[in-house]
Each structure stands twice: as C-alpha cells, then as structure tokens.
Design a protein around this ligand. Structure first.
Ligand SMILES: Cc1cc2nc3c(=O)[nH]c(=O)nc-3n(C[C@H](O)[C@H](O)[C@H](O)COP(=O)(O)OP(=O)(O)OC[C@H]3O[C@@H](n4cnc5c(N)ncnc54)[C@H](O)[C@@H]3O)c2cc1C
Length: 390
C-alpha cells in the first residue's frame, strides 16, 4: 500500500528543507524525498555568501530577511550554521557605477545597512587590496558567509522536530496525475500518495518537471571554485564581489580563500547533472590564482589547494521559477536559483510555504518568479548583466 502525506517535496537541498520546515511548523504533513543525501546537490558545495545587494526590491528584501535568520539562527531555527560576519564589498568600474549607486539607494530605502565607500576606505578595510581601477564601492558591514552543510542539515532537523520525514537514498522516478491534478509519486522505495508535490530538485529541476509533463527552462551548468591558503598574517578578509574582473573572493576557515567566477559565461557549460567532472580544471585554478594576486597582491605568497566543481540550476534570467505548474494541479516548481539561491533560502522557504498554503497577503509574494514571465517577455531584470550579481 502506498504511503501518504499532505505535501511531498522532491530534493533535500536548502530549498526543499527550508520549505519543509515552514510547512511542518504550520502542522502540514511533509515528506521530503532525496535521491542522495541531505545537501548533496548545489547546496553542499555552495560558497554560501550572504549579502543583500540586489537590484529588485523583492529580492533585496528577501536577502535582508534571510540575513536576519542567519544572524539569529539558533533562536529562529535551532543550531549553529557558522555565520561569519566578515562584511561584503562590491567593486565596480565606471560602467557599473550608476547601477551600483542606484542599488545602494534602493536598499537603504528599506533598512539594509549598505553604503558607498571611497577607494581609500576600501584600502583601510582590506589592507593590501588593489583599488586603483575601482570606480565605486558598495559596503555591507553585516554580510558575510555561513556553512551550507550545517544550514541545510539544521533546516532538515528543524523540519523533523515539527513532524516532517526526510527519506534519503530514494529517487522520485514518476509523478502520477489524474484529471489534471497530482495524486502522488513513484520512487525507488515505492509509491507515495500526495495531493501536493513540490519540485525542489535544483539542477535536476527540468528533469523532475518533465515527469509531470511540464517543460521548464532550467539548465544544469557546471561551475568551479578554486581554493587558496593565505599567508599566515592574513587572518580573514571581507567577501569581495569584483564586478570589474568578474570574480568573487570569500574567506574560509583554515586560512583559506575561495575564488569563483561571477561572469555569466562561466556557467554556460550545460552538463548531465548525474555525470560531470566534479574536480576543478588546472586552467581554472591558474586563472583564479592570477585574479587573486591581481586584486590582492600580498596573496602572491598564497598556496593553491586545488578546487572542485558543482552545479548551478540556470534559468534564462538567472532567477528562479516558483509557481504552481500547471495552475491548479497541486504540482509546484521551486527551482532554478542559478548561483545565488543559498542566501535567499530562508525567505524562499517562507515564500513557498505561503504559496502552497495559500496565505493571503504573504510577506514575499511569488509573482515575480512566475513561469509565465518568459512568454510575457518580462524577465526579472537587474542593474548588471545576468549573473549571480542579481
Ligand atoms: C559552486 C557554487 C557556489 C555557490 N555560491 C553561492 C553563494 O555564494 N551564495 C548564494 O546565495 N548561492 C550560491 N550558490 C547557489 C546556491 O548554492 C543554490 O542556488 C542553492 O543551493 C540551490 O538549492 P536547491 O535546494 O534549489 O538545489 P540543490 O541543493 O541542488 O538540491 C536539489 C536536490 O534534489 C535532489 N534530487 C534531484 N532529483 C531528484 C529526484 N528525482 N528524486 C529525489 N531527489 C532528487 C538532488 O540530489 C539534490 O540534493 C552557489 C552554488 C554553487 C554550485
């Protein structure tokens, strides 16, 4: 006999687990089915940078809400996710100056602690950083990064405490529909009946949607991260989003720094999410090494520690699809967060739970992320070219 649940969530990344937590907290019966382990997808390898700089009021407000959750994690969700408030800076050249300034003004308007600082103030904040080419700098003192494994596991644990079940090593292989409504799923551990199914499958999002006969534009793209050990006298540094050279730098424990690309072209390599090279390429490591030293010359004494690759779930405008598809079917998609979903996870969990439980006047309405925006030619637009910059 099939098991039953009120809501069946496919995928135990940050989106699946945060949504499960918010639903279970409301007394909804939730089962999360994960084909590997909790955090096995993009979440587990996320650089987990937390900043509030977005070009749209909704995404910026979601980032601010999520920051507060990261800051007060133990009181609000439970446990410790290793939030490090290192501060965050964005470096822009003359081309992006106006956009950066407009964003900062927008964000200040609803309480984000952000400001424009001078190149000299930047040099004081990060001694040794090269700033001669910088035309404008945005600074968020409250931002930083956290540990993505601790985060997704803390959400999974909090969901369990409220009665949710998380089944790992269990793949959803089919979605059963009857008269236009979902009635359940087939899994490698047997069928599960559910009137609501949520696709939180990240880079596998298009494949899972196809099980319900729905086609969504979500590509699974390989991206790389290079790791360097800093010289011992450089204990940590703020997160640097270098819009000029298209890279980010963020500190990691053990005197390490992670470097990755924010150039949308970097994430053009569409791959099979079940079969791709999970190690980084030597050429990428060398290029990131050069970028590191160019922006931060004292890092000439840093040591390359290799790197790794993982997956972005990339949509045409680099923003997610959060919608019921088809309308009225009970099938929801919450996927396609490209390279910037982690920091939004707490707000997305709330947004998706509100959408499913049909809360009127939700704090974060999902309308901006509706699927139909693509055929309406109304993609989510930011100040910068599509990328994790948002
Ligand atoms: C290298 C890298 C760096 C990043 N850096 C940042 C950053 O600094 N800041 C930031 O905000 N964001 C960042 N991101 C983006 C962020 O990590 C992702 O947007 C977010 O983690 C996506 O979470 P998710 O839950 O949607 O997907 P995932 O974490 O990929 O989870 C999807 C899950 O679904 C499961 N699944 C798939 N198919 C099935 C099936 N048929 N049955 C059962 N389970 C299934 C998978 O196994 C997987 O566990 C980064 C991502 C990467 C890869």
């Amino acid at each position: 006999m099939a098991q039953t649940t009120d809501v069946l969530i496919i995928g135990a990344g940050i989106m699946g687990c945060a949504t499960a937590y918010h639903l279970a907290q409301r007394g909804v019966g939730v089962k999360v089915v994960e084909k590997a382990t909790v955090g096995a997808g993009g979440t587990g390898r996320s650089s987990a940078i937390i900043r509030q700089h977005y070009s749209n009021e909704l995404t910026a407000r979601m980032a601010l809400y999520s920051l507060r959750v990261f800051q007060e994690w133990d009181d609000r969700v439970g446990g410790d996710v290793g939030f490090q408030q290192t501060g965050w800076v964005a470096l822009a050249d003359a081309r992006n100056r106006a956009g950066l300034e407009a964003n900062v003004k927008l964000q200040q308007g609803f309480g984000i602690r952000t400001s424009l600082i001078s190149a000299d103030e930047l040099r004081e904040l990060v001694p040794g950083l090269e700033a001669d080419d910088v035309g404008a700098v945005a600074y968020e003192p409250e931002s930083g990064y956290a540990d993505p494994h601790l985060t997704v596991n803390a959400y999974a644990e909090a969901a369990r405490r409220h009665g949710a079940t998380i089944v790992v090593d269990c793949e959803v292989t089919g979605i059963r529909m009857a008269a236009g409504k979902v009635v359940g799923v087939e899994t490698t551990k047997g069928p599960i009946d559910a009137p609501v199914v949520v696709n939180c499958a990240g880079p596998w999002g298009a494949r899972v949607a196809a099980l319900a006969g729905v086609e969504v534009p979500i590509d699974s793209c390989r991206v790389q991260v290079a790791v360097f050990r800093r010289p011992p006298n450089f204990v940590t540094h703020p997160v640097v989003m270098d819009l000029i050279n298209g890279v980010y730098l963020r500190a990691e424990t053990g005197n390490l720094t992670l470097l990755g690309s924010i150039d949308p072209g970097e994430a053009n390599a569409v791959v099979d999410p079940d079969d791709y090279a999970e190690h980084s390429d030597a050429a990428f490591e060398a290029e990131m090494g050069e970028q590191f030293v160019r922006r931060y010359p004292p890092m000439e004494l840093s040591e390359s520690m290799g790197g790794y690759a993982s997956l972005y779930a990339v949509t045409p405008d680099w923003h997610p699809i959060i919608d019921e598809l088809p309308a009225g079917s009970g099938c929801y998609v919450c996927s396609g967060f490209s390279g910037h979903g982690y920091k939004l996870g707490p707000a997305v969990g709330l947004m998706t739970a509100d959408l499913i439980t049909k809360v009127s006047g939700p704090e974060f309405p999902a309308h901006l992320f509706r699927f139909s925006r693509y055929e309406e030619n109304a993609p989510v637009r930011g100040q910068y070219e599509y990328s994790i910059a948002g």
